[in-house]
Structure formats: structure tokens, C-alpha cells
Design a protein around this ligand. Structure first.
Ligand code: GSH
Length: 307
């Protein structure tokens, strides 16, 4: 259910207009920002995610209020945010006091509720092709997490014992729908076998080969001639993996050409990259150095390609 009727938090009910709880570097939030941009809805004021002053709760016309929930500072692992999103992940959207969770549900809501180009086709066969690609992207969500943590974030994302205890306590109020407790335990105490990470990378590699071959017919968008939410889901995955050092341009040239055309759109440049540019550049720099040293994701992908 996209609409959460009785959130534990009193914050959503107070917000007027559009407010997005998000993080600049999170692909799940980036796809929502991309869609907002394509619908002509621009990023407006920045507010603390828990701000509720009279000025903070208002939004300007055709702009959304940015409520950044820093994953780096662990804002999402707080009582305040867990009451807004019980799974403690971004994004969450509020429109005129109503709370929506899950990026796909949020995107479907935005496509229906606002003008601008339709990003979900109504024609049945096209619609089912789009949702097939979106489903495929959703299944790979976990693989993106494993690859990002193993080759992108490294030690930065390990939680202390106290942080893990706090996360487990907060998760007791929800159903830990994204399995953060188990994941962070395994990741932080280094008990996830290397083969698990490699398997996730292999799954991404195989999927990228398949999408690359579909795009080799020269079509401008994933499902044909029109931009859809399938492009939004996939482009953010490619961005994330490029940041971690995946050599998309050499391994999957048609996929890379398509990605570059999506990345050139104003909605991508402004709403996805915008304030993310610096952090994204830092990740790419780290990946570039690792590649020169013959380690990191670039090297692991080359091994996956020969597996
Ligand atoms: N199914 C959710 C997935 C949300 C999700 O996993 N978000 C990630 C960022 S892409 C997150 O907030 N992760 C928190 C963490 O890694 O600690 C959606 O698409 O809305």
C-alpha cells in the first residue's frame, strides 16, 4: 500500500505541498527526484528532515521541499525517522499531509497526480514491458546494496556494536522490511563470505549483458521510443555502479550509450546529480585509484566477465 494512513510520526500530517525525505547519494531516492524533474517539479528549500516550524512545513508551487535524511550520518537510524518510515530507508514522500512509502509506489502516485509527460504508459503491452523491466531492477536492488558496500563504501559503512544494537531496537517497532539488521550485522562483523558479494556482482553482470543486447538495436529508451519509469530505475543503478568503478563503457557499450543520454537530461543533471556531484566525484576518484592499483570493482568485473 503506497499511502500510509496512520503513521506513528506526527510530522507528515503537518506538511503542506510536496516534501521529499531523501538522500542525495541514494539510488532509490534519485529515481524519485528524476521523475519529479521530468514532471516539471523542481527542488525547492532545504529543511532538516524533522523541521516543523510554520515556515518549514510550507512548500512553494511546483517545487518540493528537500528533507535530507543523511545515510552517512545515520539520520535514518533514529527514532524520529523510524516513526516516519518503519523500514528506516529513503525515500518517503509527503503530499499535503499524506505519507507515501516505497519508491515505485511514490513514482506511480506522482505520475498520476501531476501533469507533465506520462512516464507509465497506459497501452497494455507497453505497460507490461515497462513493469517487467522495473521488476527486474527491483530484484537486483539487493545486489546493488552488496556491491556498493563491498566495493564502494568499504569500512565507512561498518556500524559499531552500539549502533547495531540501536538499529535492532528501532527495527522492533517495524518489520525491518529491508532487512537492515541482518545485513549490517553481517557486514559490520565481516561474516558475509566473499562468494556472496561475487555472486551479486555476477547477477548484475548477467543482467547488464542482457539489457545491453536489447539496447543494441539502437532504441533511445529501454522499452522503445519513449522515456518511462524503467529508464529511471535502471539509470540510477548504472550511475551507482559507475561511481563504484564498474567499467560499463567497455563491458556494455550499448548500455553505456543509453545511460549517457539519460544522464544528459536536465532532470538528471539537476535533480539527480545537483548536490550529489561532489560525493559522486569522490567515489569515482577512489575507484580510479583502485583501478590503477589493479584492485577494486573494475578488476572484480573483469574476473566476473571471464567466469
Ligand atoms: N524498496 C525500497 C528500498 C529503499 C532502500 O533500500 N533505500 C536505501 C537507499 S537506496 C536506504 O535507505 N538504505 C539505508 C541503508 O543502507 O542504511 C524503495 O525502493 O523505496
Amino acid at each position: 500500500m503506497p499511502l500510509i494512513s496512520n503513521p506513528a510520526s506526527a510530522i507528515p500530517a503537518r506538511l503542506q505541498g510536496l516534501h521529499l525525505f531523501h538522500y542525495d547519494g541514494a539510488p532509490c531516492a534519485q529515481r524519485v527526484r528524476f521523475v519529479l524533474g521530468e514532471k516539471g517539479l523542481r527542488r525547492g528549500r532545504e529543511e532538516r528532515f524533522d523541521a516543523v516550524s510554520d515556515a518549514a512545513v510550507r512548500a512553494e508551487d511546483n517545487r518540493w521541499v528537500s528533507r535530507s535524511v543523511s545515510l552517512a550520518k545515520r539520520d535514518h537510524m533514529s527514532q524520529t525517522y523510524a516513526e516516519i518510515h518503519p523500514d528506516m530507508v529513503v525515500p518517503a514522500l509527503v503530499h499535503d499531509g499524506r505519507l507515501y512509502l516505497e519508491s515505485l509506489d511514490i513514482i506511480e502516485y506522482l505520475d498520476d497526480a501531476f501533469g507533465g509527460p506520462r512516464l507509465i504508459p497506459t497501452e497494455a503491452s507497453l505497460r507490461s514491458a515497462v513493469f517487467e523491466r522495473v521488476e527486474q531492477a527491483k530484484v537486483l536492488h539487493l545486489s546493488i546494496r552488496y556491491v556498493t558496500f563491498r566495493w564502494g563504501l568499504g569500512g565507512l559503512a561498518r556500524l559499531s556494536l552500539a549502533e547495531r544494537q540501536k538499529l535492532a531496537d528501532l527495527a522492533r517497532n517495524g518489520n525491518d522490511g529491508e532487512n537492515l539488521v541482518q545485513f549490517y550485522n553481517g557486514y559490520s562483523n565481516r561474516s558475509i563470505p566473499e562468494a556472496v558479494y561475487e555472486n551479486h556482482l555476477q547477477q548484475l553482470y548477467s543482467a547488464f549483458c542482457e539489457v545491453d543486447s536489447t539496447l543494441s538495436d539502437g532504441r533511445p529508451f529501454l522499452t522503445g521510443d519513449a522515456l518511462t519509469i524503467a529508464d529511471a530505475f535502471w539509470a540510477m543503478k548504472i550511475l551507482r555502479l559507475i561511481e563504484c568503478g564498474y567499467p560499463v563503457h567497455t563491458q556494455h557499450p550499448a548500455l553505456y550509450r543509453w545511460y549517457a543520454s539519460i544522464a544528459a537530461r536536465p532532470s538528471f543533471r539537476n535533480e539527480v546529480m545537483g548536490k550529489n556531484r561532489l560525493a559522486s566525484g569522490a567515489f569515482r576518484l577512489k575507484a580510479g585509484v583502485e583501478s590503477l592499483l589493479g584492485i577494486g570493482l573494475r578488476r572484480a568485473v573483469q574476473q566476473a566477465a571471464f567466469a
